[in-house]
Write a protein that binds this ligand. Structure first.
Ligand SMILES: *Cc1c(COP(=O)(O)O)cnc(C)c1O
Length: 381
């Protein structure tokens, strides 16, 4: 599959994925909201404490559903980090919102909550914390500020499935939450996601918008005798076969998380001598946050060092990658009036961050090879 001895990501089958996919196909219901979709929803709802969970075709789709529920008018503002995946911004830009980018914290690379008071206005309708790398944003502060200015909190927990802020699971702490099950995330089905909320006032409309704007879900439960067009909506329910694959991954949630935790800890241990010499910076997890170990990244001194290290790893058959091009300096961001220099922490970190290979099947020998190769680059052995 990969030209690399150690690729960046490798999707893995952990348990009964293929068996469940076969069961789903043979059940005769392979479209949305079949047996396995319902099993996934129940699992996520019970495990994470979310009153409503709706499976979606992606986290992008779940974000679009959430943005739709925010009922944005032209000129309404939505606050989010610039250091995120494009889907976070697209979902709200598609609803006509003005996107207000805020800088990130240098320790967790999450939205800097201390800057929020300075950017919210009476037009702020939503604040969108992105839990980077599966480490929580400062949700207490973010929820307080949102409540004060009457904004909704939409958590982009694409990377935060099975991670916690204090006692609560990410995705259940704001008004609306979204998960990703894309093959690059912790629990996967190729392309998939979920929308969740504990706010009852959104339940009916969330179902309707997800089902092409119809009350088909109520019809299927026998609550109405025909279904019809209730409001403008879209089609966000995934095929049941994908949920069948996902359900097997969810059943092995602790196994997967434990494995990733072990990889994270080994990287941390093996790279600490390099960090102690000031050659790189290691990631940190605040004490009150429980990570799901989605990612292992390092921060280098500058862009040139990062580029050279990527090349060095490549020559040794190892693929390490970087992201994100900040949204505020992208062509779309510039059209919105943003310029380089406006979000200095985002701009600096996005040039210096490097993600090391991280996947279920990454073995101890692989981890040692990667860290040896990084040490060799710095002339340390
Ligand atoms: C992966 C990701 C998404 C998009 O998820 P999809 O399921 O691929 O649509 C959105 N936001 C963040 C922060 C992500 O990491």
């Amino acid at each position: 599959m990969s030209e690399y001895r150690i690729p960046f990501n490798k999707p893995a089958i952990i348990g009964k994925e293929l068996d469940y996919v076969a069961q789903s196909v043979l059940s005769g219901h392979i479209s949305g909201d079949g047996t396995f979709s319902k099993r996934c929803q129940r699992f996520l709802s019970e495990r994470f404490g979310a009153e409503q969970v709706l499976m979606t075709t992606s986290c992008t789709a779940a974000l679009e559903l959430a943005a739709h529920l925010c009922d944005l008018d032209p000129g309404d503002e939505v606050v989010m980090p610039s250091y995120t995946f494009v889907s976070t911004a697209n979902a709200f830009a598609l609803r006509g919102a003005r996107i207000v980018f805020v800088d990130i914290r240098p320790d967790t690379l999450n939205m800097d909550e201390t800057l929020l008071e300075g950017v919210v206005t009476d037009r702020t309708r939503a604040i969108v914390p992105v839990h980077y790398a599966g480490v929580a944003c400062e949700m207490d502060t973010i929820n307080d500020i949102a409540r004060k200015c009457g904004a909704l909190v939409v958590e982009d927990a694409a990377q935060g499935v099975n991670a916690k802020y204090r006692d609560a699971y990410l995705g259940t702490i704001g008004d609306l939450g979204t998960y990703s099950f894309h093959e690059t995330k912790n629990f996967i089905c190729g392309e998939g996601g979920a929308f969740l909320t504990n706010n009852r006032s959104f339940h009916d409309r969330a179902e309707i918008i997800r089902q092409k704007g119809t009350n088909r879900s109520q019809f299927l439960r026998g609550q109405v005798d025909k279904y019809t067009w209730m409001e403008v909506g879209s089609s966000y329910a995934p095929a049941d076969m994908l949920c069948a694959f996902l359900y097997a991954q969810l059943e092995n949630m602790e196994e997967i998380t434990g494995k990733r935790r072990n990889i994270y800890d080994r990287y941390l241990t093996l790279l600490t001598p390099l960090a102690d010499r000031g050659l790189l910076t290691l990631p940190t997890i605040p004490r009150h946050c429980q990570s799901n170990y989605h990612m292992f990244y390092i921060l280098l001194a500058d862009l040139e060092t990062r580029t050279n290290l990527i090349d060095h790893l490549k020559r040794n058959g190892i693929l390490a990658v970087f992201h994100y091009v900040p949204l505020h300096t992208s062509p779309v961001g510039k059209n919105m009036g943003y310029r380089e220099g406006m979000l200095p922490v985002t701009e600096s970190l996005s040039e210096r961050l490097l993600r090391l290979p991280m996947y279920y099947g990454l073995g101890e020998e692989d981890i040692v090879q990667v860290t040896d190769c990084v040490a060799e680059f710095f002339g340390v052995s």
